[in-house]
Design a protein around this ligand. Structure first.
Ligand code: TYD
Ligand code: MG
Length: 482
């Protein structure tokens, strides 16, 4: 009897079963069986243990001829930078992001620019009809209308077309909509997605086609589809942000041809995505200068970025009270609140705490801790965290009149800060203090509150408690007059 073409393999213990089970018969894990195409049974020749492959000759690395690869520039500066200087021919890039974030827009724009530069391109869409793609391209700048499109969901047809058309760059939008006829699973199932990506990879490497694979990521973090691809592709880009917000960040999570610390900031406008080069200026300009608002000198890859962190502390009847975090890790918020209460005398035990990074930006670095702590402290005490505009001497501020106070409030600049909060209430240093300080100084926000040893331009604070004093200084001076 012929072996079935597919098998169901447990993703936890690799047990292989001929048919699907809800629970792995071997390890007992639920929902772990995934359909996979079965490799043809290896023919065994020679004695036991004797390898039957061809003998290949290993090469010393020093003798390897490294050819300088000319990258394909997408013409979108932020995208090229995140890719490590453009697309590498024959490479596979996975672009993940939740629906509506702008993946199709970004890839259409990139292809349009490449087509405009005389490159052979192809846009394969399993999601939209050619007419729908055209509607979008109409709104986009550049040569977006020059891109040939193929609305198709059958993998074999797509592969045959790729082989015949030989584009230099192809976009597959999205990997979840293509369907391999020889697997029974529905399009988008883990087995299908892996098979689709695997076969596209093989063709792309053989024909030197650069592939941009678009993959959906659901809000609940159901990354199953794209996640299984991460080891297959050369580069994984994550497009983040909230659909309703204007700002989106593009990050490299994995990159065989560049750094993974790069990030690009975009804004969704009427005519497609626009690169935001002066992101810091925007975020600082939009900062509210109200209690609960602090500017964080964050790092987006190798680039410093100033973002506003906001907190709201409001009395709550709920037990336990709410802890809502947007743009930062929820566990970091819990940690910061605990340290604030235990080591800095700011207790919010019976209040709801909301923390938000303005503009829909996500900061995933420990350096954000201090900003979260100061924003919460500022909100809890109802005082503004700010510096005066001019360097006010203590003598001058000691004799503040009411008129002067109002002027002060108007001229206040938000407090900028960065630093990791340790469990014993200490502030720990984070990467690139000098770049963060320089960025804050550039926008007139210095001195920046930072961990000890940060260097020139910083108000150094060894502990979180010590950092509260300079941060909430303006208000405490005003307090006696109030
Ligand atoms: P889209 O790229 O289709 O998102 P994805 O492929 O990630 O699902 O577009 C996202 C949203 O952007 C869509 O709701 C419409 C909006 N949009 C604009 O605001 N301006 C534009 O120029 C375009 C093309 C889209
Ligand atoms: Mg889309």
């Amino acid at each position: 009897m012929a072996r079935a073409a597919t098998a169901f393999v447990c993703s936890a213990c690799a047990h292989e079963a001929p048919k699907w089970h809800g629970r792995c018969p071997s390890c007992g894990e639920w929902n772990s069986l995934v359909e996979e195409a079965r490799a043809p049974a290896p023919s065994r020749r020679g004695g036991a243990g004797a390898p039957n492959g061809r003998v290949a000759r290993p090469v010393r690395l020093a003798d390897v001829q490294a050819v300088k690869i000319a990258r394909l520039l997408t013409g979108i500066g932020e995208l090229d930078r995140v890719l490590g200087g453009g697309l590498v021919p024959g490479s596979l890039v996975l672009l993940g992001g939740s629906p509506g974030i702008g993946k199709s827009t970004l890839t259409s724009m990139a292809l349009g620019n490449l087509a405009g530069a005389g490159r052979r391109t192809l846009y394969v869409s399993g999601e939209e009809s050619a007419a729908q793609i055209k509607l979008r391209a109409d709104r986009l700048p550049g040569a977006a209308l020059e891109v040939p499109v193929l609305a198709e969901t059958d993998l074999d047809t797509v592969l045959a077309t790729l082989d015949a058309e030989r584009p230099e760059v192809v976009v597959i939008d999205s990997v979840q909509t293509l369907h391999a006829g020889d697997l029974t699973g529905a399009a988008g199932s883990v087995g299908q997605v892996r098979e689709v990506a695997d076969r596209i990879t093989r063709l792309a490497k053989a024909r030197d086609i650069a592939v941009l694979l678009v993959g959906h990521v659901t809000k609940e973090g159901a990354l199953a589809g794209p996640r299984v691809l991460e080891h297959l592709v050369d580069c994984v880009l994550q497009f983040e942000g909230e659909r309703e917000r204007t700002y989106r960040t593009l990050r490299a999570l994995k990159n065989r041809f560049g750094s993974t610390s790069e990030a690009g900031v975009f804004e969704m406008r009427q005519g497609g995505l626009v690169e935001v080069q002066d992101a810091s200026a925007r975020f600082v300009g939009e900062a509210t200068r109200a209690p609960g608002s602090v500017v964080l000198a964050a790092m987006e890859g190798s680039r410093p970025l100033l973002v506003e962190v906001q907190a709201l502390v409001s009395p709550s009847e709920l037990v336990p009270p709410r802890r809502i975090a947007n743009g930062i890790d929820r566990n970091r918020l819990a940690l910061v609140l605990a340290v604030l209460a235990r080591h800095a005398g700011v207790s919010v035990g019976s209040a709801d705490v909301f923390v938000n990074v303005a503009g829909g930006v996500r900061v995933d670095e420990p350096g954000a801790d201090l900003a979260v702590a100061l924003a919460v402290a500022s909100a809890a005490r109802g005082v503004v965290a700010a510096n005066e505009a001019e360097p006010v001497t203590s003598r001058a501020s000691a004799v503040t009149s009411e008129a002067r106070q109002t002027r002060q409030t108007r001229q206040m600049r938000p407090v900028a800060c960065f630093g990791e909060v340790g469990l014993t209430g200490e502030l720990r240093s984070v990467a690139h203090p000098e770049r963060r300080l320089a960025e804050a100084a550039k926008f007139g926000l210095g001195p920046t509150i930072a961990p000890a040893g940060a260097g020139r331009g910083a108000t150094e604070a060894p502990t979180l408690r010590a950092a509260l004093t300079p941060a909430l200084r303006v208000a405490s001076r005003r307090a006696p007059a109030a």
